[in-house]
Write a protein that binds this ligand. Structure first.
Ligand SMILES: [Zn+2]
Ligand SMILES: [Zn+2]
Length: 120
């Protein structure tokens, strides 16, 4: 079981099953939405994802056709990313996990990687 929550604590979610993969997404939309160099996400089974509390505080923004980004309306934490092209999968923001993720993280969309991020 994986647990996560937003900054203000109103929204709590849980995931049954393992994290399939994780990525640092350097696309310009993730940079804007996260206000950071990249958006870091864990990919999990959508069927295993559920909100334990605060689902009513989650808003969804459609950042491109079929792609929705869920966030807490109170504190602004980026929580989820979902594409209709991969209906069985949902991505949860790595930084909202309640326990540190220790697995591998892949860098994607690195052609728009910002120059001010130190080399890894
Ligand atoms: Zn919140
Ligand atoms: Zn992205």
């Amino acid at each position: 079981m994986v647990y996560g929550s937003c900054l203000c604590g109103r929204v709590k979610y849980q995931v049954t099953g393992d994290i399939r993969s994780a990525s640092h997404c350097h696309c310009t939309m993730c940079q804007k939405q996260h206000g950071a160099a990249c958006g870091s996400y864990a990919n999990v089974d959508r069927a295993g994802f559920s909100y334990a509390s605060g689902a009513d505080a989650v808003a969804a923004y459609e950042s491109s056709p079929g792609v929705t980004r869920g966030f807490c309306q109170i504190c602004g934490s980026s929580l989820t990313w979902h594409s209709e092209k991969s209906p069985d999968c949902i991505a949860v923001s790595l930084g909202t996990l309640d326990a540190p993720y220790l697995g591998a993280v892949e860098d994607i969309f690195t052609e728009t990687r910002v120059g001010w991020l130190p080399e890894s």
